[in-house]
Design a protein around this ligand. Sequence first.
Ligand SMILES: *Cc1c(COP(=O)(O)O)cnc(C)c1O
Length: 384
Amino acid sequence: MTTHTKVPLLDLTRTEPLLQAELREAFERVLRSGQYIMGPELTAFESECAAFISAKHALGVSSGTDALILALMALGIGPGDEVICPTYTFFATAGAIWRVGARPVFVDIEPSTYNCDPAAIRAKIGSRTRAIIPVHLYGQSADMDAILAAAGDIPVIEDAAQAIGTKCGSTQVGALGTFGCFSFFPSKNLGCLGDGGLLTTDDGSLAEKARILRVHGAEPKYHHHVVGGNFRLDALQAAFLRAKLPRLPAGTAARRRNAAKYRECFEEAGVVAESPIDVGAGEIGLPFARRDHTYNQFVVRVRCRDELRKWLASRGIGTEVYYPVPLHEQECFASLQHRAGEFPHAERAARETLALPIFPELSDGELRHVADSAIEFCRRSARG
Ligand SMILES: *Cc1c(COP(=O)(O)O)cnc(C)c1O
């Protein structure tokens, strides 16, 4: 592969022609129907999703963020309440807690999976704890058995925004806790052509509450016993997602194949750290392989992360840092009075992790170019 080849982190324009035709047909169908909000496309998509995830109830909502807010609102969580979540995640996990007026109580991560540490959760449970939000980060299942055991009667809201289709044991994530929250942001494994999300639950009365809160708390229309919001998923996005959902398993399989190829390349070249959490100068820590993973991101750990990122960029390779600043260090949460050093695994991950291109349409040649470039970087670093 020549050095001019550009390998993007993600390329959404590579949608296969057949799917493009199906998306156009979905658009035509909604246009002809004249029904753009709620209606049959949405309810059909919701039952297809409920069946796919094996959850009793699924509600299409405006975004993954709004799915989290809706779950918290349906549980009646607000001022004076505490909600436990990891400090190393996308901002929305804690932002949603803050938005309902509750206090995010951060916990550190397991260094090998970047998912929240169940023992840390147990240690933070107190008299004000009203919910726990574990995140299935990068598409990998959190340790749900231990988290559910630690939670006891406290509701668990799974942030499965990056993990649709990931299993924990024989159950899909999002179907294990009280609520599951999914995002259809275009870069997620099932993305729509805009913003969208999904809320799942097995609890009929919570599903009903969420359904009412989704439309300003109206039940019946124009009669409000509670204040909700506009948390609806557009019929158009539901129709697009109905076209894409049947292709999700193939996309996931391709992501897993790409991950296996990266692993093979790095292992063959002998640049893999003995312990993925203790990388040396010329080594790469690979994603922990023993928990189910659908690879929304393929995240490696490298001591000289910023140098690797620059090196790859100079070879036309797109990468991203998820996430450079842990949430306890964000300015907007300064009033929580956390200090640097309080969550050492999260802080180290923020310094050392880098996401490589993993999207399903990535070609073998492109993957090889990324792997070879990273390997060359490791060899040069090892020589110091
Ligand atoms: C993407 C994401 C969200 C928010 O989803 P949006 O649809 O962008 O609002 C929440 N949590 C995590 C972990 C995410 O990756």
